[in-house]
Design a binder for this molecule. Structure first.
Ligand SMILES: NC(=O)c1ccc[n+]([C@@H]2O[C@H](COP(=O)([O-])OP(=O)(O)OC[C@H]3O[C@@H](n4cnc5c(N)ncnc54)[C@H](O)[C@@H]3O)[C@@H](O)[C@H]2O)c1
Length: 403
């Protein structure tokens, strides 16, 4: 950091300028406390665009980006299988790291990442999950406040089109379908509300479409150390859309196209089953990556009109229940239903970057640090193990929510 005081500017490098970067950049580029000073990728046209758009240096390898004296921290948004390698490369060179979900593909990788952060005295943050969404944080705050009595149970369900988004089969295989890609969002939300310490997981997950090499659904019963249960359901098959139950609002707070799911399925049908299928997927993906055509890092013209929704979550406490309203929370208690407003405040990635920067400036642990991320990954891997062995799996890497 240029100056360690309150006004310190975080000089950030981006590792991986793909689809994730095309979403991240417009949200973080305008933040007053950071400057984009570098990027690494294999796609030259993306690097050229980044250099031109942000006046920053660009590199063909993540290791070279991490050697730069102009970079304090690296945002790792390369494909899942490189998260551990690229995060460790950055930390070994004294850089702080935010890593996209899934943090890693195994607990050994996550352990190695946390050990590197400790060894090199840098901050490692497990970034981007919907537990940063303001309504989710507010639900956790209401529960922790105790006004509704003890937490009794949590239920959450999300039905969307993940398996028919244009991810390559390789990507789907690496992330075990929805489990390691979408699970980190859902389990992070539930862990945040439930206090963090998961005792055990019993789940079934499966491959419902044999043409996609990864688990497209799971149903999970999870139990916290204090006995509170949670039920989590996720379906990525693009049939029913949970958006129908939440005023047609999607996970970014924008209205969802009601025909999005049939259109996604139709696109897959049109691809056929031969080699043209991967070419078709790659073409669609490339069109959404940073640097392709009109995809740039410029700020969106209009902020999303609503709060984000990651499916439907209902929290049951002794004296009432809570769920998201269109722009805040509904609390149901003895007096009936009342709406609790939720400040728009810092949304998703802005909240994430603020937490990260504060952790660096004040030399304190970010809440969503590598240990928190490892605990969430352990639950996701627990889903796979439980499904394979058809038994309850016990957790051993959990950390509590600290306020
Ligand atoms: N796509 C999304 O909307 C989204 C949203 C949130 C998080 N993520 C996460 O972000 C990560 C990246 O996903 P994506 O969808 O952007 O993938 P992507 O394939 O679109 O982008 C990956 C980028 O990394 C680059 N890359 C690959 N190997 C590299 C290497 N060895 N060195 C440097 N650059 C390399 C590629 O050229 C590409 O530009 C994933 O872990 C994913 O879970 C994606």
């Amino acid at each position: 950091m240029r100056d360690r005081g309150q006004d310190a500017t975080l000089r950030l490098g981006i590792a991986g300028l793909g689809m994730a970067a095309a979403r991240i950049l417009p949200e973080i580029a305008p933040l007053p406390f950071l400057r984009l000073t570098g990027a690494a990728d294999l796609r030259k046209h993306a690097l050229d665009r980044f250099a031109q758009e942000f006046g920053a240096r660009v590199y063909g390898t993540v290791e070279d980006l991490c050697e730069s004296d102009d970079v304090d921290a690296v945002y790792v948004a390369t494909p899942h299988e490189f998260h551990a390698r690229h995060s460790i490369a950055a930390m070994e060179r004294g850089k702080h790291v935010i890593v996209e979900k899934p943090m890693a593909l195994s607990l050994d990788e996550a352990e190695a990442m946390n050990a590197a952060a400790d060894r090199h005295g840098v901050k490692l943050m497990s970034g981007h999950t919907h537990s940063f969404d303001p309504p989710v944080r507010k639900m956790a705050e209401v529960v922790a406040g105790g006004g509704l009595g003890d937490l009794l149970m949590i239920s959450t369900a999300y039905y969307k089109d993940h398996m028919y988004r244009p991810f390559s089969d390789h990507d789907i295989r690496m992330s075990r379908g929805v489990v390691l890609n979408q699970g980190p969002h859902q389990f992070d939300i539930v862990r945040l509300i439930g206090g963090g310490l998961v005792r055990s997981v019993r789940a079934m997950a499966g491959i419902g479409d044999p043409t996609r090499p990864g688990e497209g659904h799971y149903a999970c019963h999870l139990e916290f150390e204090d006995g509170v249960p949670a039920s989590l359901v996720y379906s990525g098959y693009a049939y029913f859309d949970t958006g129908e139950l939440v005023w047609g609002i999607g996970e970014g707070g924008l209205p969802k196209d009601p025909d999005r799911h049939p259109k996604a399925r139709e696109f897959f049908r049109s691809l056929g089953a031969g080699p043209e299928r991967s070419e078709g997927l790659e073409g669609r993906l490339e069109g959404r990556r940073y640097g392709s055509g009109a995809v740039s890092g410029s700020a969106h013209e209009t902020a999303p009109p609503h709060q984000p929704f990651f499916g439907l979550t209902i929290v049951t406490c002794e004296k009432g229940e809570i769920r998201q309203s269109r722009d805040g929370l509904y609390v149901y208690d003895d007096r009936g239903r009342r709406e609790m407003p939720v400040e728009r405040g810092a949304r998703g990635r802005e909240a994430e970057l603020s937490e990260f920067r504060d952790a660096i400036v004040h030399d304190r642990r970010p809440f969503h640090d590598g240990r928190w991320g490892e605990a969430t990954l352990e639950v996701c891997l627990g889903v796979l193990q439980s499904a394979q062995e058809r038994r309850e799996v016990y957790m051993s890497h959990q950390v509590p929510v600290t306020h």
